[in-house]
Design a protein around this ligand. Sequence first.
Ligand code: C2E
Ligand code: CA
Ligand code: CA
Length: 714
Amino acid sequence: MKENRDFVKQIFCFSDKYYRSISIVRIKINQEMVLSVKTSFDAKTPFKIYKSLFDEHEDACFALDLEGNFILFNDAAEKLTGYPTKEALLMSFITLVHDDCLEITLRSFENVLQGNRESFDSAIYDKKGTRVSVSITFIPVSLDKQICGILGIVKNSEKSNYNPSFFDQNKVLEMIVNNYPLKVVLEEIIYSIKKDSNGGVCSIHLVNENGTTLTLGEAPKVRASWSTPISDKDKTLLGIFDMYFNKPRIPNAREKQMIKKATDLTCLVIQHYHAQEKINFLSSYDELTGLANRRFFDEQVNIAINLYKKEEGKLIGLLYLDLDQFKRINDYLGHNVGDQLLKKVAERIQQSVRTNDVVSRRGSDEFTILLDHVTKQEITLISSRVTDAFSMPFFIAGNEVFITPSIGISLFPLDGIKANELSSKADIAMYHAKKNGRNNIQFYHLNLDKKNHKRIEIENELRKAIEKNEFILHYQPIIDLSTNKITGVEALVRWENPFRGKIPPDEFIPIAEETGMIIQIGEIVLKKACVQMKKWQDSGFILSTISVNISIRQFFQPNLVPMIAEIIKETGIDPICLTIEITESMTMDVEIASTILHDLKGLGVNISIDDFGTGYSSLSYLKKFPIDYLKIDRSFISDIAKNKDDENIATTILLMAHNLGLSVIAEGVETNEQLGVLRNHRCNEAQGFLFSKPLPAQELKQLLSDLPLSFFCT
Ligand code: C2E
Ligand code: CA
Ligand code: CA
């Protein structure tokens, strides 16, 4: 009921909510030119148009809810009845109806509720109790084919003769209420004038969106033609109203008045439809990127499904694209950069697909793409074009931003026949694309559902694992290649669940990251590592450092530095024996990273950049950071002895690091060949299965006490 009332009100004057949402868009337009074609849009326009059409209508107009209560009341209605609007809005229409006319009025009311337009003679009491004869027109107002209110227009029959109206304004109003196309409404105006004028015809030309051209109408061969501009209150030209006569003559007073009326009404109608267009645009498109929005996209998917014709190999593909670690950009470079990035991403996606493919922004950094009438090969091709479009950095406000997408794909009719089924499957596939290392494309298949299930289970178990203290650490030796001695160890977390057994970090760390549990887990790891290091030192087992990995979530925790300081203090280790391993991704915002790293360094610990070479940090940044070590990622080491490119990357990193005075650690060293190449290029330290797997504390100590420290000489 309440909804219906609101809708009826909205038709005439727009609810506050609508009004406000339109103003917001306007702000965006001015600041960012999002909807550049819409720049002339006045936030208040729809409000004014409807209000003037309704309020300034020469007849008494009102809107009723389904129970006949007034919900809107115009000036003419105030004049006719003597009731101020405020009072009328507390009344029901029926209380005004004269007793003699109750029956016919109620019957008509019932008919309108069935969806019919009703016109009848009746009588009302005005506020003074005087009987006024009137003719009433009731027009049903519907929402989604359901009647939700009534528009009433009441003419004073006693006066109607001396206020001639040239054409049927009510009809035009009714057409607007019923959402007739602009062209049809304008035709009605033209038709009414023709009917009413003595041999005159008219045409209406509309100014296009840019205000540069007129849409041409038919220009009859005539002897006399009078043109009147149609402009809004700001004097913006909306169109031209032309009237033609076959005989040479000038307009008489009545015709002048008629033209004035027709031009005013046309102006209202045009403004109304312009506003409507904008609202339609807003309800179908995403404000920021101008791409389709979720609602419009879903509609298009349904249309594609309904029109689908079975044809050899042809499918409908639904792509879900999510930006990898977009939140990071928002958090560390600010929302403004985030927004700019989304706009540029939208452009690149749009440029990588075919003209008719529908691209939408679904949520913050989620995009969907509809590929109709495609083979699986074509889908793969288009998807890779989309991922390729991200290979170059985005330049935003002086930042060089790299971002990658993960894409999940579902296919109609193979994975589902309903739009929502396809979306959720594309979403599942997208999630797995992310898990498979990001910047990845993944088609949906049944096994993914099972994996999804497993993820939820792991997440639940992980919460309990923190309470039950199910984490232990393994330690992998790091070898100094100049002395061939163990110089330190890297602490690597292990989760031992009584039911699932050992769960590798790659399976649970990403989940812990996403859910934020990594913050607690990270603290547990750090404490355990420091306690262990202290024990070794106290027992005379000399290691220069213990390295601990910290995750991006931890890195940006405001209490990171105090937390580490506290643990150092509590466990009593010398901070110089602690190395914090960060990744390149944490250094994206150079300023913030630099502050955090200097604070960390202030504690006296070492800092190492892990997985170096896989991220995008520019080498020149490194100079700004207080770093001690670079760890070359294992992916470069694995083929270093076979692949010249990998060797080149590794040797470049070595050269550069040495120039910057940094020590380089090679990770994942598995063979003597790899070690040979590394030695040739004067790599400082190495870590890998060639020397030892990560081991529990006890086993590590055993290994070291059984063997001379130079055992690792190869
Ligand atoms: P990472 O920091 O790069 O750790 C090195 C990984 O390489 C370890 O995997 C180690 O077992 C493995 N590895 C070492 N030598 C070799 C080798 O010669 N060949 C191969 N193929 N692999 C080698 P692990 O323990 O499974 O850890 C995987 C990742 O999980 C780590 O990569 C790190 O990113 C993360 N991780 C582990 N422990 C922690 C932790 O306590 N906190 C955080 N935030 N992340 C952790
Ligand atoms: Ca590491
Ligand atoms: Ca690493």
